[in-house]
Design a protein around this ligand. Structure first.
Ligand code: COA
Length: 356
């Protein structure tokens, strides 16, 4: 599916939030059969943020959403789209609660579920609402308490995933304005569903029987190959639809799944690594929050500057993937990801403990 319309969705605000709890590789290695060296060298991750008991996806989404609205200079939105695979409850959607807590009135609010590709799918959804004239301004949030799906005793997934939220405000505008989403490509392959999934807890397997898990099951090596292939193809298509060459791309903002995936993607596209944004060392894979969190950090620290040609891409369970292009606009930065002054370790006993 591709999207093209004379009434474009234009980036007007950005914000993010990570919970204060930080889980380091050393802490993981103290209780699992892994090591700081293995995790760093195989994934590029050094630490990740974790919610503690009592904090959920909506809490993260509200914090990120508040910052994006402040950055946009207005609370006026017609819709809230929340990209998440870790809704507060299986039913209803979490977005209405987020909209209500942000005091946004009776706006349209719903969730989009596309795991790590959630933010690019949300971009397509928000851009579609704007193109159709259903909305003038949309708050799009990617938020995940993703570690609620992670078995704390599974050394692979426990090392990879983290929690966080990022948000953008999109407004109706012209396709030639800075910030306009100039091309957007989305795709999926349900044949790969079992490469990354949570078998039990949904309508198919309501209660896990013996041998079935309510935790995320990951076939990492296969996912790795699909990620490079599908992000690569969608990036090429998005760049072509924007009328660019790959050599025009100033900043590659790829979903943070593994530093080696980003390196392989950059290599396949011929985009030098210094043009590829990265925060995976500090946040790990935050699924639908990954891309907007990275965009906000890059905007805040000046790595992203107005006028740069930005290529966004993501890939995840489903399988689902996508890519988008835009020329970076001038956006106010509201405190960066952690206004409290950078990561600091809280009591992490309830982060590392296995829940029953
Ligand atoms: N510490 C130590 N060893 C670990 C480990 C850890 N944290 N995680 C996995 N291993 C082990 C495996 O058990 C395996 O052991 P074995 O050979 O005895 O069976 C060995 O390391 C190699 O596993 P493999 O899966 O082949 O390693 P890899 O180099 O592919 O790295 C991932 C594993 C998961 C880091 C990597 O495949 C990856 O990043 N995949 C994509 C991530 C992802 O799915 N993201 C979400 C969707 S985008």
């Amino acid at each position: 599916m591709t999207y093209a319309s004379p009434r474009a969705a234009v980036l007007a605000g950005i914000g993010s939030w990570t919970p204060p709890g930080v889980l380091t590789n050393a802490q993981l290695a103290s209780r699992l059969d892994t090591s700081d060296e293995w995790i760093r060298s195989r994934t590029g991750i050094e630490s990740r943020h974790r919610v503690t008991a009592g904090t959920s996806t909506s809490d993260l989404a509200v914090e990120a959403g508040r910052r994006a609205l402040k950055s946009a200079g207005s609370d006026a939105v017609d819709a809230v789209v929340l990209a998440t695979s870790t809704p507060d409850e299986l039913c209803p959607a979490t977005a209405p609660s987020v909209a209500s807590r942000l005091g946004l009135g009776r706006v349209a609010a719903f969730d989009v579920s596309a795991v790590c590709a959630g933010f690019v799918y949300g971009l397509g959804t928000a851009a579609g609402l704007i193109a159709a004239g259903v909305a003038e301004r949309v708050l799009l949030i990617g938020a995940e308490a993703f570690t609620s799906l992670v078995d704390p005793d599974d050394r692979t997934t426990a090392a990879i995933f983290g929690d966080g939220a990022g948000a953008v405000v999109l407004r109706a505008g012209r396709p030639d304005e800075p910030g306009a989403i100039t091309s957007l490509v989305l795709g999926s392959d349900g044949g790969g569903r079992e490469l990354l999934h949570v078998p039990a807890g949904g309508a198919r397997l309501r209660v896990p029987a013996e041998g079935e898990s309510r935790f995320l099951q990951l076939r990492g090596r296969e996912i790795f190959r699909h990620a490079v292939r599908h992000m690569g193809a969608s990036c090429r298509e998005a760049v072509a639809r924007a009328g660019w060459e790959l050599s025009d791309v100033d900043r590659l903002v790829a979903h943070q799944a593994n530093a080696r995936i980003t390196a392989a993607l950059g290599g396949a596209l011929g985009i030098p690594l210094e043009r590829a944004a990265s925060n995976i060392a500090r946040v790990g894979n935050t699924a639908a929050a990954s891309v907007p969190l990275l965009l906000d950090e890059d905007n805040a620290d000046g790595s992203l500057t107005p006028g740069q040609r930005v290529l966004i891409t993501a890939f995840g369970g489903g399988l689902a993937w996508g890519a988008a292009t835009l020329v970076w606009p001038s956006l106010d930065s509201v405190g960066g990801p952690d206004p409290s002054g950078g990561p600091h370790v809280h009591d992490i006993t309830d982060i590392t403990a296995k829940e029953s």
